[in-house]
Ligand binder design. Structure first.
Ligand code: NUP
Length: 211
């Protein structure tokens, strides 16, 4: 089953919690990033934890191994279940994130290729493939790959095999949810849900990809 992951990039704490609560029956996980944490504070995790859905910290961690370790320890201490990290910093730094995640019975996902147009400037030409290989070598739980380029997801799937692929870029960024859902383990949706007049109805509509 392909999961539906809500990207909760909402700045107002109350609104974020309201949207998460109303969408909860239709989603499998919630992804929280800098926009919400920097606006509402890290304690937003406590507000969301009650929903019983896994929480992914999209902090795209990208530092030296020791700093990555410190960041990830704070992420899991806060109550997150998974973290997203960059792989371009090298295997030692990425592995630090994976190790901390696994020590906390959590998961770590490595960004293999991003979804925005500018991502082609650096991720193409073999880089994304190398990052996917690094994710496998570091025993990461999966990769992030672009819903805006299904053909790239298919290519990266050849490298990561059974590992999870989570994919942002549907809706607001132009990716087609049904096409992508067949290729990945989780589809990440932000604006198409949280900016909708009725976020829960939109989440329910997207949840048809779970079939
Ligand atoms: O390559 C990536 N593309 C992307 O959009 C990697 C990401 N982590 N994201 C995140 O997914 C982005 O920061 C946002 O939080 C979410 C997509 O949101 P939306 O475009 O559906 O609103």
């Amino acid at each position: 089953m392909t999961e539906l992951i809500l990207s909760l990039d909402v700045l107002d704490r109350k609104r974020a919690v309201q949207i998460a609560e109303s969408c909860a029956p239709f989603i499998d996980e919630i992804k929280v990033g800098y926009p919400l944490v920097l606006s509402a504070g890290l304690s937003i995790v406590e507000d969301l934890a009650g929903l019983g859905l896994p929480l992914i910290a999209d902090f795209k961690v990208a530092d030296i191994p020791n700093t990555n370790r410190l960041i990830c320890e704070a992420v899991f201490a806060a109550g997150f279940d998974a973290v997203i990290a960059h792989g371009f910093v090298g295997a030692d730094a990425a592995r630090a994130c994976v190790e901390v995640a696994h020590n906390h019975s959590g998961a770590a996902y490595i960004v293999a290729e991003m979804s925005h147009p500018g991502a082609t400037e650096f991720f193409h030409g073999g880089v994304a493939e190398s990052l996917a290989e690094l994710a496998v070598a570091c025993r990461a739980d999966g990769i992030i790959a672009p819903a805006t380029r299904p053909e790239r997801i298919a290519r990266l799937r050849e490298i990561v095999g059974e590992k999870a692929i989570y994919s942002p870029g549907v809706g607001a960024q132009g990716g087609d949810p049904d096409t992508v859902a067949r290729l990945v383990d989780g589809v990440i949706v932000g604006r198409s849900i949280y900016e909708a007049e009725d976020p829960a109805a939109e989440a329910e509509r997207f949840s048809r990809i779970r079939r």
